[in-house]
Ligand binder design. Structure first.
Ligand code: FDA
Length: 394
């Protein structure tokens, strides 16, 4: 049996941040993880460049049953705090759109920063150590892994959600929560591409790779202005990933394909400037040609000279292009999702320390809990913020 003040399950973003923070307080800390390498999701994130935070991260960017839950942690360890950390380590990074920060070189740089911090803080990391069982005794918790048994005063569960089973996702965190009497909210894949019904798939066959700037709406009125992307399997792109977190099976999504202009004014202009030109050719100047051709082929749009189009047809066209409705068949699920919606109920946890109200010394942080960020660096920011808050208390 190995004794450690703190044992952390999961060498991901949240676990490594909590480990370094607790280690600097003088706590002996052991991180156990069943993978070969720490920070595996960090390494594949942001296309290998890790969108490691978002400068604008605030509670409004997270889905959680309790909308106030993230306030304390995000304000005590903000995006600015993480930026200061990476600046101290000399990381080269750049701003993309909408407050998103990415590494210039590689996501490995973020893992290296976290591992350096852990080393400086004296943290012990045991990889290839799968947690098999947890029990409680008078002095704290016993963690049984595939290799060793650990006795600890504080047990931090940072085991992530269910996305990407290939990268070691496991329901272990939810099982530990339930074992100690904490409720777990139902989970689903989020930030995930949509699959389409067969008839829509056939309609859009051949459009794979086409990207369109849109405004997308879910039935609950949530909206994002970003790109959609046609894929071989259905619809993806940032707008679709964002709205997937707000979509429920059977619902439709509405897409404004021309969010920055109005069909009425475009047609008025074209009637004056190019009355003989075909609608198909003119629409192809504001939307991808292949997409317009597909709509004409399916007879969703008629191909007439612009001066032959009736007012009723303009109304229909406006309705069609500004309120394009798609009813997804489903999502690609945990296999390709970026995050898991739902998880350990935040009502069970302190929003300051992330300690379970019902079980002293037991903490849950990161994706395992019912906090899901938007696309754009928000999920890593919550991992850093919850890890830092917990590391101060565990
Ligand atoms: P995380 O899943 O990172 O770590 C959990 C660890 O626990 C894993 O290492 C796992 O092996 C270990 N574990 C689980 N069960 C165990 C057991 N029984 N025994 C031992 N160990 C166990 N977010 C963002 O903000 N910006 C981005 O650019 C991206 N990009 C992105 C791309 C892709 C493809 C994905 C899948 C996800 C993203 N994300 C993202 C989301 C982000 O990766 C995610 O929110 C964080 O990694 C969550 O960090 P955690 O530390 O909570 O869990």
């Amino acid at each position: 049996m190995i004794f450690s003040d703190v044992v952390i399950i999961g060498a991901g973003a949240a676990g490594l941040m909590a480990a370094a923070t607790a280690g600097y307080r003088g706590r002996s800390v052991t991180v156990v993880d069943m993978g070969k390498k720490p920070g595996r999701k960090i390494l594949i994130s942001g296309g290998g460049r890790c969108n490691f935070t978002n400068e604008n991260a605030g509670p409004e960017n997270y889905l959680c049953q309790n909308p106030h839950f993230t306030k304390s942690a995000l304000s005590r360890y903000s995006a600015q705090d993480f930026i200061e950390l990476v600046d101290r380590h000399g990381l080269n990074y750049h701003h993309k759109t909408l407050g998103q920060l990415f590494c210039d070189d590689s996501a490995q740089d973020i893992v290296d920063i976290l591992l350096t911090e852990c080393e400086w803080a004296g943290v012990n990391i045991a990889m290839r150590s799968e947690v098999i069982a947890i029990s409680k005794n008078e002095t704290g918790y016993i963690v049984q892994t595939s290799g060793e048994s650990y006795q600890c005063e504080s047990l931090v569960v940072a085991s992530g959600g269910l996305t990407m089973p290939k990268l070691g996702a496991s329901p272990m965190g939810y099982k530990i929560a339930e074992k100690f009497g904490l409720s777990v909210l139902p989970t689903t894949a989020a930030l995930v591409p949509f699959t389409l019904h067969e008839h829509d798939k056939q309609k859009f066959d051949g459009l794979s790779g086409i990207s369109i700037f849109t405004e997308i709406f879910s039935e609950d009125g949530t909206t994002f202005k970003e790109n959609i992307l046609f894929t071989h399997r259905g619809l993806s792109g940032p707008a679709v990933l964002q709205i997937s977190s707000f979509w429920q099976a059977g619902q439709a999504v509405t897409i404004n394909l021309l969010p920055e202009s109005s069909i009425d004014s475009l047609i008025t202009e074209w009637r004056e400037t190019s009355p003989q030109k075909s609608l198909k050719n003119l629409l192809s100047t504001v939307l991808p040609k292949r997409f317009i051709e597909a709509l004409v082929k399916q007879k969703d749009i008629s191909d007439k000279a612009i001066n032959q189009i009736s007012n009723d047809e303009i109304t229909y066209l406006g309705q069609y292009l500004h309120n394009w409705q798609i009813k997804p068949n489903g999502t690609e699920g945990y296999r390709t999702a970026e995050v898991t919606l739902g998880g350990v109920n935040t009502d069970e946890l302190s929003s300051k320390t992330f300690e379970a109200k019902k079980s002293k010394g037991l903490f849950f942080i990161g994706e395992v809990i019912d906090v899901t960020g938007w696309l754009g660096g928000y999920n890593f920011q919550f991992a850093w913020s919850s890890g830092a808050a917990c590391g101060q208390a565990c």
